[in-house]
Design a protein around this ligand. Structure first.
Ligand SMILES: Nc1ncnc2c1ncn2[C@@H]1O[C@H](COP(=O)(O)OP(=O)(O)O)[C@@H](O)[C@H]1O
Ligand SMILES: [Mg+2]
Length: 287
C-alpha cells in the first residue's frame, strides 16, 4: 500500500495510528564494517481511535523499536508512520510528543518531588504554577495516588508508585494516545495489577487510545481489544483478543502462546524456522 492510500483510508476509518510497511535495520559501524541486521521487516498495522491495541511477542522481537516509531523516537528506513493520517516524519516533534505520550519499562523519574516530575513538561511550556498544580494533582488522582504524594521525594516511592507517577507525568499533557512498553516488568504482582487497572480505566473511562507492549498473554487479555504478534521483526498475526489466543492462525503465534519461543528466538535471523510460509526463514537478510 502507498502512504497516500493509507492517509485516505485512515480518515475514512478513524484510524488513530498507522504503520505502513515499516522496515528498520540496526548495526553496521562507520566505514561499512560490521553486520547490518533487520530489526523490523515490512510491518504494517493500524490502531483505531479509542482502541487498546497490544504488541506482543518474545524478547528481541522488535516490540520496543516498533513502539518507538510511533512517537518519532525512531525513524523507519522504509515505510511510514501516521498519526491521524499525518506522517510523523513531517510533524512538529513537540506537538507529536504531547499528543502521543510514552511510558517506559522503567519509570526513570528525575530527582525531586513527585509534583515536579508530574508537571515537568508543563513547567517547560511555561504553564503558570497554579494551573500546573491543578492539572498535576488531577493526573495523580487518575493513577490512584492522593495529594499527600505531591511533595514527597520521587526516590522514596515504591517501584509501583514510581511507575504510577510516570503514567501521571505522561497524562499531564492530555495525550490522545499512550504508548506503554511493558510498564509492569519491574513490579510485584499486586503493583502490576494496579497498573493494569489504571490502564484499563484510562482507555475505557477517559477514552485514551492505548498501545500496550507486553510478552505476557494474561496482560494482553486484560487490557487489549486487538493485538499484533511480532516475531523476528515481522508481524505474524493480528486479531481480536482473546480470539487471537484461543484460535491462532499462525504457527508462530501458537508456539509463542505455548511458550516455545524463548528470548533469542524473537530476534530477526536468530530464531527457529518453523518451516511454514508465515515463519520467515531464519537469517533472511532483506528487511
Ligand atoms: N540501539 C540498538 N542497536 C542495535 N541493536 C538494537 C538496538 N536496539 C535494539 N536492538 C536490537 O533490535 C532487536 C529488537 O529489539 P527490541 O525492539 O528491544 O525488542 P523487544 O522489545 O521485542 O525485546 C534486538 O535484536 C535488539 O538487540
Ligand atoms: Mg522491549
Amino acid at each position: 500500500m502507498e502512504a497516500g492510500e493509507a492517509i485516505t483510508e485512515s480518515r475514512g476509518n478513524a484510524h488513530k495510528l498507522e504503520v505502513v510497511a515499516a522496515s528498520l535495520q540496526r548495526g553496521g559501524r562507520a566505514g561499512g564494517i560490521g553486520a547490518v541486521r533487520p530489526v523490523l521487516r515490512d510491518v504494517s498495522f493500524s490502531v483505531r481511535s479509542g482502541e487498546a491495541f497490544g504488541i506482543i511477542g518474545p524478547s528481541g522481537a522488535g516490540k520496543t523499536t516498533l513502539l518507538r516509531l510511533l512517537n518519532g523516537l525512531e525513524t523507519p528506513d522504509r515505510g511510514s508512520v501516521l498519526v491521524d493520517g499525518e506522517d510523523v516524519a513531517r510533524m512538529d516533534v513537540l506537538d507529536l510528543r504531547r499528543r502521543v505520550g510514552m511510558v517506559f519499562q522503567s519509570p526513570a523519574l528525575f530527582p525531586g518531588t513527585v509534583g515536579s516530575n508530574v508537571c515537568y513538561s508543563l513547567a517547560i511550556r511555561g504553564i503558570p504554577d497554579d494551573e500546573r498544580e491543578c492539572r498535576g494533582l488531577a493526573c495523580l488522582g487518575r493513577v490512584g495516588l492522593w495529594d499527600e504524594f505531591w511533595d514527597r521525594s520521587a526516590s522514596e516511592l515504591s517501584q509501583g508508585e514510581q511507575q504510577r507517577v510516570a503514567i501521571a507525568r505522561a497524562l499531564v499533557n492530555e495525550p490522545e494516545v499512550l504508548l506503554m512498553d511493558e510498564p509492569t516488568s519491574a513490579l510485584d504482582p499486586t503493583s502490576a495489577s494496579r497498573i493494569l487497572s489504571v490502564v484499563r480505566s484510562l482507555n475505557r473511562d477517559v477514552g485514551v487510545t492505548i498501545v500496550f507492549v507486553t510478552h505476557l498473554m494474561h496482560q494482553a487479555r486484560e487490557v487489549c481489544d486487538r493485538a499484533l504478534v511480532l516475531v523476528g521483526g515481522r508481524s505474524v498475526e493480528e486479531g481480536h483478543v482473546p480470539g487471537l489466543f484461543e484460535d491462532p492462525r499462525s504457527e508462530l503465534t501458537r508456539r509463542f502462546i505455548a511458550g516455545e519461543l524463548d528470548a533469542g528466538s524473537g530476534t530477526p535471523g536468530g530464531g527457529p524456522d518453523c518451516g511454514r510460509a508465515d515463519c520467515g526463514p531464519a537469517g533472511e537478510g532483506g528487511a
